[in-house]
Design a protein. Sequence first.
Length: 299
Amino acid sequence: MSVRRTSVAMKAFRSLVGLVEFGAIAIGCDGGPSGLSSAGQPTYLSDSFSPTRGVDASGAAAPEVWWRMRINGGAPIISTDGIEAVTFADQEIRFSAGGTMGTSLLAATSKRSNPFGTVTTQTRQTGATRLLATTPATIIEQTYDEVQRVTLPGITDSSSETTFVLTDSPAQRIFADRTDLDQLPVGHAEEASFTSTQTFSTMVEGRTVVEGTQSAMVHQRWTVVEQLPTMTVLDRDYRRVVHVELVIDTTDSMTGQTSSQTQESWYAAGIGAIRMVPPPDVVFPSAPIELVDTNLRQK
């Protein structure tokens, strides 16, 4: 079903981009570019390679920090079997309340061919993330609400809503929220192990049809791959860039099934992630995620 396939893609972006890199993801509400721009607006400073807060030139706290990211250059991501295309709008990542709150909206439109016509699935995923404003920042809890509408003209028009609550024990810190990332030698590695728990419930036409809890043992390993004096992404130049590889090994607590995924990320000092290449999932290939704009500027 297109619903299941698209959910796989959304889950991949939620877990590998939202949880690991930022803790919060947002996207234009109409499924298109939001138009968020730093042109003519105040900009802020940070010493971190993955900031959750910033300050102005006088040292006063920023009301929020944000980034606008583009997935796959804005082009559709084609499934490995060639029968489905998923398009994401530009993402907006926001942190506010002194780096203790992230809000999110992730939207996608999928079109899949079948013998009866084209199935269109529209998915919108809103979320809220609570953090501790430590250094590095610590993710406490994430809640996501995912609404899907599936249409096939003349045959079906249905919708469902699923709520996810995700927690890690012990709570995990954002690895790149640090000031010394470009001082670490190539090959430097850090690891963390924790239990990740997801509680979920799905409603169809106002009735709960499935609910439950899933947990897994997770092992993460970050490795510094290269130190770059400069890097250009979408025609913008950044200084003090660090390329980091993240390997995530997961063991399902119930079935014992294991999986391993690798994500590549490039962080710029005072800005955050400027490019990421998440792993492919079972249906869709990997697609790059690149920084378009932010209200942070390098010192």
